[in-house]
Design a protein around this ligand. Structure first.
Ligand SMILES: [Mn+2]
Length: 273
Protein backbone atom coordinates (compact mmCIF):
# COMPACT_ATOMS: atom_id res chain seq x y z
CA UNK A 1 0.00 0.00 0.00
CA UNK A 2 0.98 3.63 -0.47
CA UNK A 3 2.16 4.10 3.11
CA UNK A 4 4.67 1.25 2.99
CA UNK A 5 5.95 2.44 -0.39
CA UNK A 6 6.38 5.96 0.96
CA UNK A 7 8.56 4.74 3.82
CA UNK A 8 10.46 2.38 1.50
CA UNK A 9 11.45 5.30 -0.71
CA UNK A 10 12.69 7.26 2.32
CA UNK A 11 9.93 9.85 2.44
CA UNK A 12 8.90 11.06 5.91
CA UNK A 13 5.49 12.48 5.03
CA UNK A 14 2.59 11.11 3.01
CA UNK A 15 -0.24 13.26 1.79
CA UNK A 16 -3.75 12.00 1.23
CA UNK A 17 -5.82 14.07 -1.15
CA UNK A 18 -9.52 14.15 -0.38
CA UNK A 19 -9.38 11.70 2.52
CA UNK A 20 -12.66 9.86 2.80
CA UNK A 21 -12.82 8.68 6.41
CA UNK A 22 -15.62 6.22 5.64
CA UNK A 23 -13.33 4.37 3.21
CA UNK A 24 -10.51 3.64 5.63
CA UNK A 25 -9.92 2.12 9.02
CA UNK A 26 -8.47 5.31 10.52
CA UNK A 27 -7.08 3.55 13.57
CA UNK A 28 -5.18 1.04 11.48
CA UNK A 29 -3.84 3.76 9.19
CA UNK A 30 -2.71 5.89 12.14
CA UNK A 31 -0.88 2.95 13.75
CA UNK A 32 0.81 1.90 10.51
CA UNK A 33 2.00 5.47 9.82
CA UNK A 34 3.37 5.74 13.32
CA UNK A 35 5.19 2.43 13.11
CA UNK A 36 6.79 3.52 9.80
CA UNK A 37 7.64 6.97 11.20
CA UNK A 38 5.73 8.65 8.37
CA UNK A 39 3.73 11.82 9.07
CA UNK A 40 0.30 12.25 7.53
CA UNK A 41 -1.05 15.35 5.83
CA UNK A 42 -4.34 15.78 4.04
CA UNK A 43 -5.25 18.16 1.24
CA UNK A 44 -8.63 18.92 -0.27
CA UNK A 45 -10.75 21.56 -1.95
CA UNK A 46 -14.34 22.68 -1.53
CA UNK A 47 -17.19 22.57 -4.07
CA UNK A 48 -19.78 25.22 -4.94
CA UNK A 49 -22.30 23.67 -2.51
CA UNK A 50 -19.91 24.21 0.41
CA UNK A 51 -17.92 27.19 -0.87
CA UNK A 52 -16.95 29.42 2.08
CA UNK A 53 -16.20 32.25 -0.40
CA UNK A 54 -19.85 32.22 -1.54
CA UNK A 55 -22.28 35.07 -0.83
CA UNK A 56 -24.84 32.41 0.11
CA UNK A 57 -24.82 31.93 3.89
CA UNK A 58 -25.99 28.30 3.68
CA UNK A 59 -23.08 27.34 1.39
CA UNK A 60 -20.68 29.09 3.78
CA UNK A 61 -22.10 27.20 6.76
CA UNK A 62 -21.86 23.90 4.86
CA UNK A 63 -18.24 24.70 4.02
CA UNK A 64 -17.38 25.40 7.64
CA UNK A 65 -18.89 22.06 8.63
CA UNK A 66 -16.87 20.29 5.92
CA UNK A 67 -13.64 21.95 7.07
CA UNK A 68 -14.27 21.30 10.73
CA UNK A 69 -15.02 17.63 9.98
CA UNK A 70 -11.85 17.44 7.89
CA UNK A 71 -9.70 18.88 10.70
CA UNK A 72 -11.06 16.25 13.06
CA UNK A 73 -10.55 13.46 10.52
CA UNK A 74 -6.91 14.53 10.16
CA UNK A 75 -6.50 14.49 13.95
CA UNK A 76 -8.17 11.07 14.20
CA UNK A 77 -5.90 9.60 11.56
CA UNK A 78 -2.89 10.80 13.55
CA UNK A 79 -2.14 13.50 10.96
CA UNK A 80 -0.79 16.97 11.63
CA UNK A 81 -1.74 19.17 8.67
CA UNK A 82 -4.69 20.06 6.47
CA UNK A 83 -3.95 21.93 3.26
CA UNK A 84 -5.32 22.65 -0.19
CA UNK A 85 -8.04 24.95 -1.45
CA UNK A 86 -9.86 25.34 1.84
CA UNK A 87 -10.95 28.95 1.24
CA UNK A 88 -13.03 28.44 -1.97
CA UNK A 89 -14.27 25.83 -4.40
CA UNK A 90 -11.56 23.93 -6.26
CA UNK A 91 -12.69 24.68 -9.77
CA UNK A 92 -12.64 27.20 -12.61
CA UNK A 93 -14.88 30.12 -11.66
CA UNK A 94 -16.58 32.10 -14.39
CA UNK A 95 -16.42 35.38 -12.48
CA UNK A 96 -14.13 37.34 -10.17
CA UNK A 97 -14.58 36.98 -6.41
CA UNK A 98 -16.73 39.53 -4.58
CA UNK A 99 -15.82 41.56 -1.52
CA UNK A 100 -18.52 39.81 0.49
CA UNK A 101 -17.30 36.40 -0.67
CA UNK A 102 -13.72 37.28 0.35
CA UNK A 103 -14.94 38.44 3.77
CA UNK A 104 -17.02 35.28 4.25
CA UNK A 105 -14.00 33.18 3.43
CA UNK A 106 -11.71 35.13 5.78
CA UNK A 107 -14.20 34.77 8.65
CA UNK A 108 -14.65 31.03 7.95
CA UNK A 109 -10.93 30.31 7.85
CA UNK A 110 -10.42 32.36 11.04
CA UNK A 111 -12.99 30.15 12.79
CA UNK A 112 -11.53 26.92 11.39
CA UNK A 113 -8.07 28.13 12.39
CA UNK A 114 -9.25 28.00 16.00
CA UNK A 115 -10.69 24.49 15.50
CA UNK A 116 -7.39 23.35 13.95
CA UNK A 117 -5.27 24.91 16.69
CA UNK A 118 -7.35 23.12 19.31
CA UNK A 119 -6.94 19.83 17.39
CA UNK A 120 -3.19 20.39 16.98
CA UNK A 121 -3.51 20.30 13.18
CA UNK A 122 -1.69 22.86 10.98
CA UNK A 123 -4.08 24.72 8.69
CA UNK A 124 -2.39 25.74 5.43
CA UNK A 125 -4.02 27.47 2.46
CA UNK A 126 -2.79 26.44 -0.98
CA UNK A 127 -2.29 29.33 -3.38
CA UNK A 128 -3.23 27.94 -6.79
CA UNK A 129 -3.54 29.10 -10.38
CA UNK A 130 -6.46 31.01 -11.85
CA UNK A 131 -8.12 27.94 -13.37
CA UNK A 132 -8.51 26.24 -9.96
CA UNK A 133 -9.76 29.16 -7.82
CA UNK A 134 -10.55 32.84 -8.28
CA UNK A 135 -9.56 33.91 -4.74
CA UNK A 136 -5.87 33.25 -3.92
CA UNK A 137 -3.67 33.06 -7.02
CA UNK A 138 -0.55 34.76 -5.67
CA UNK A 139 1.48 34.62 -2.46
CA UNK A 140 0.83 38.34 -1.85
CA UNK A 141 -2.93 37.70 -1.95
CA UNK A 142 -2.46 34.74 0.40
CA UNK A 143 -0.49 36.85 2.88
CA UNK A 144 -3.17 39.57 2.84
CA UNK A 145 -5.82 36.90 3.40
CA UNK A 146 -4.14 35.24 6.38
CA UNK A 147 -3.35 38.59 7.95
CA UNK A 148 -7.07 39.48 7.73
CA UNK A 149 -7.97 36.27 9.55
CA UNK A 150 -6.00 37.60 12.53
CA UNK A 151 -4.94 34.00 13.23
CA UNK A 152 -1.36 33.09 14.09
CA UNK A 153 -2.19 29.48 13.27
CA UNK A 154 -3.13 29.79 9.58
CA UNK A 155 -0.22 29.62 7.13
CA UNK A 156 0.28 29.34 3.37
CA UNK A 157 0.75 26.22 1.33
CA UNK A 158 2.81 27.13 -1.74
CA UNK A 159 3.28 25.00 -4.84
CA UNK A 160 5.92 25.51 -7.55
CA UNK A 161 3.55 24.36 -10.32
CA UNK A 162 1.05 27.11 -9.47
CA UNK A 163 3.72 29.73 -8.69
CA UNK A 164 5.25 29.09 -12.12
CA UNK A 165 1.95 30.20 -13.68
CA UNK A 166 1.03 33.15 -11.48
CA UNK A 167 4.04 34.67 -9.70
CA UNK A 168 6.19 37.33 -11.36
CA UNK A 169 9.10 35.82 -9.43
CA UNK A 170 8.50 32.55 -7.52
CA UNK A 171 11.73 32.80 -5.50
CA UNK A 172 10.90 36.37 -4.43
CA UNK A 173 7.44 35.17 -3.42
CA UNK A 174 8.99 32.50 -1.18
CA UNK A 175 11.22 35.12 0.48
CA UNK A 176 8.23 37.45 0.88
CA UNK A 177 6.20 34.76 2.63
CA UNK A 178 9.09 33.62 4.88
CA UNK A 179 7.85 31.93 8.06
CA UNK A 180 4.24 32.20 6.88
CA UNK A 181 4.89 29.17 4.64
CA UNK A 182 3.55 26.15 6.49
CA UNK A 183 3.70 23.55 3.74
CA UNK A 184 5.34 23.27 0.34
CA UNK A 185 4.51 21.31 -2.82
CA UNK A 186 7.24 20.76 -5.35
CA UNK A 187 5.85 20.01 -8.78
CA UNK A 188 7.03 20.45 -12.35
CA UNK A 189 5.41 22.78 -14.89
CA UNK A 190 3.75 19.79 -16.60
CA UNK A 191 3.13 17.99 -13.28
CA UNK A 192 5.39 15.12 -14.35
CA UNK A 193 9.01 14.18 -13.51
CA UNK A 194 11.00 16.95 -11.79
CA UNK A 195 13.48 18.35 -14.30
CA UNK A 196 11.32 17.52 -17.33
CA UNK A 197 9.68 20.95 -17.38
CA UNK A 198 10.56 24.62 -17.33
CA UNK A 199 10.78 25.44 -13.60
CA UNK A 200 14.13 26.70 -12.32
CA UNK A 201 14.40 24.68 -9.11
CA UNK A 202 17.85 26.11 -8.26
CA UNK A 203 16.20 29.47 -7.56
CA UNK A 204 13.45 27.75 -5.53
CA UNK A 205 15.89 25.89 -3.28
CA UNK A 206 18.08 28.98 -2.83
CA UNK A 207 14.99 30.82 -1.59
CA UNK A 208 13.89 27.97 0.72
CA UNK A 209 17.37 27.95 2.28
CA UNK A 210 17.31 31.75 2.65
CA UNK A 211 14.12 31.62 4.73
CA UNK A 212 15.36 28.61 6.76
CA UNK A 213 12.38 26.59 5.64
CA UNK A 214 12.38 23.38 7.66
CA UNK A 215 8.85 22.07 7.17
CA UNK A 216 7.65 19.56 4.57
CA UNK A 217 8.65 19.61 0.92
CA UNK A 218 6.13 17.27 -0.68
CA UNK A 219 6.46 16.08 -4.28
CA UNK A 220 3.22 16.30 -6.21
CA UNK A 221 2.69 14.66 -9.59
CA UNK A 222 -0.33 13.35 -11.40
CA UNK A 223 -1.20 10.47 -13.66
CA UNK A 224 -4.60 8.92 -14.17
CA UNK A 225 -2.76 5.59 -13.79
CA UNK A 226 -2.72 5.97 -10.01
CA UNK A 227 -4.47 9.21 -9.02
CA UNK A 228 -8.14 9.27 -8.03
CA UNK A 229 -10.43 10.05 -10.99
CA UNK A 230 -12.18 13.02 -9.36
CA UNK A 231 -8.88 14.65 -8.47
CA UNK A 232 -7.45 14.01 -11.95
CA UNK A 233 -10.50 15.72 -13.46
CA UNK A 234 -10.25 18.70 -11.06
CA UNK A 235 -6.58 19.11 -11.98
CA UNK A 236 -7.18 18.71 -15.74
CA UNK A 237 -4.95 15.67 -16.15
CA UNK A 238 -5.77 14.89 -19.78
CA UNK A 239 -2.41 13.31 -20.60
CA UNK A 240 -0.24 10.97 -18.53
CA UNK A 241 3.46 11.88 -18.39
CA UNK A 242 4.15 8.60 -16.52
CA UNK A 243 2.36 5.42 -15.51
CA UNK A 244 4.76 3.72 -13.06
CA UNK A 245 4.92 5.55 -9.73
CA UNK A 246 7.88 3.60 -8.30
CA UNK A 247 10.69 5.06 -10.43
CA UNK A 248 8.92 8.44 -10.26
CA UNK A 249 9.05 8.48 -6.46
CA UNK A 250 12.67 7.32 -6.37
CA UNK A 251 13.69 9.98 -8.88
CA UNK A 252 11.88 12.80 -7.07
CA UNK A 253 13.58 11.91 -3.77
CA UNK A 254 17.02 11.95 -5.41
CA UNK A 255 16.22 15.16 -7.30
CA UNK A 256 15.06 17.05 -4.19
CA UNK A 257 18.09 15.94 -2.16
CA UNK A 258 20.49 16.85 -4.96
CA UNK A 259 18.94 20.30 -5.43
CA UNK A 260 19.13 20.94 -1.67
CA UNK A 261 22.78 19.88 -1.59
CA UNK A 262 23.65 22.07 -4.56
CA UNK A 263 21.91 25.08 -3.03
CA UNK A 264 23.78 24.58 0.25
CA UNK A 265 27.09 24.31 -1.59
CA UNK A 266 26.37 27.50 -3.54
CA UNK A 267 25.93 29.37 -0.23
CA UNK A 268 29.22 28.10 1.17
CA UNK A 269 31.05 28.82 -2.06
CA UNK A 270 29.70 32.33 -2.38
CA UNK A 271 30.47 33.08 1.29
CA UNK A 272 34.18 32.41 0.67
CA UNK A 273 36.22 35.61 0.20
MN1 LIG B 1 -0.31 21.36 -4.91
Amino acid sequence: MALNKTAEHGYRTIEFAYLRPEKFNLDRLAKLAQSLDVEIGVTMGLGFANDVSSEDASAVEAGKRTLSDAVHAVRDIGGNKLGGILYSAHTKYNRAPTRKGWDNSVASIAAIGDVAKEANVDLVLEVVNRFETNLLNTTAQGLKFISETGSDHVRLHLDTFHMNIEEANPAAAIRLAGDKIGYFHIGESNRGYLGDGTINFDLIFDALLDINYERDVVFESFSTAVVDEGLSLACAIWRDTWTDNDPLAAHAKRYIELKYEEAKRRRVTSARP
